[in-house]
Design a protein around this ligand. Structure first.
Ligand code: 5GP
Ligand code: ZN
Length: 113
């Protein structure tokens, strides 16, 4: 499949991988928007948030659980952090394999632009 994140999962394209288990991979974003900016992806290819099915719910929860655990590991869980999932063009999605951005190490403003 011609999918960048599937290729990273399959080690066809290199990435700075920080966490892996049977269902999830996390790696540093190539264009970080914060001192720490990780992408957490399911190993299962799901193109957009609109494509999540009922059978995927545990997997999606696992993304969030992994984000919180990595935030703790990186040392910014208590200070706070931001998670973002973009969907489709107007949502700012550029890679069509769902992913959670985990950003920490600076203060974020709200509402986001
Ligand atoms: P999106 O815009 O789809 O929510 O997020 C895609 C993210 O993937 C962007 O933050 C972008 O910097 C990151 N990205 C794009 N290409 C690569 C790559 O080849 N390697 C890594 N590690 N991140 C990438
Ligand atoms: Zn994929």
């Amino acid at each position: 499949m011609d999918c960048l994140f599937c290729k990273i999962i399959d080690r066809e394209i290199p990435a700075d991988i920080v966490y892996e288990d049977d269902a999830v991979l996390a790696f540093n974003d190539i264009n970080p928007q914060a001192p720490s900016h990780l992408l957490i992806v399911p190993k299962l290819h799901i193109a957009t948030l609109n494509d999540i099915e009922e059978g995927d719910l545990a997997l999606v929860g696992r993304l969030q659980y992994t984000a919180a655990r990595l935030a703790a590991e990186k040392g910014f869980a208590e200070a706070g952090y931001r998670v973002v999932m973009n969907c489709n063009d107007q949502g700012g999605q550029t890679v069509y394999h769902i992913h959670m951005h985990l950003m920490g190490g600076r203060r974020f403003t709200w509402p986001a632009g």
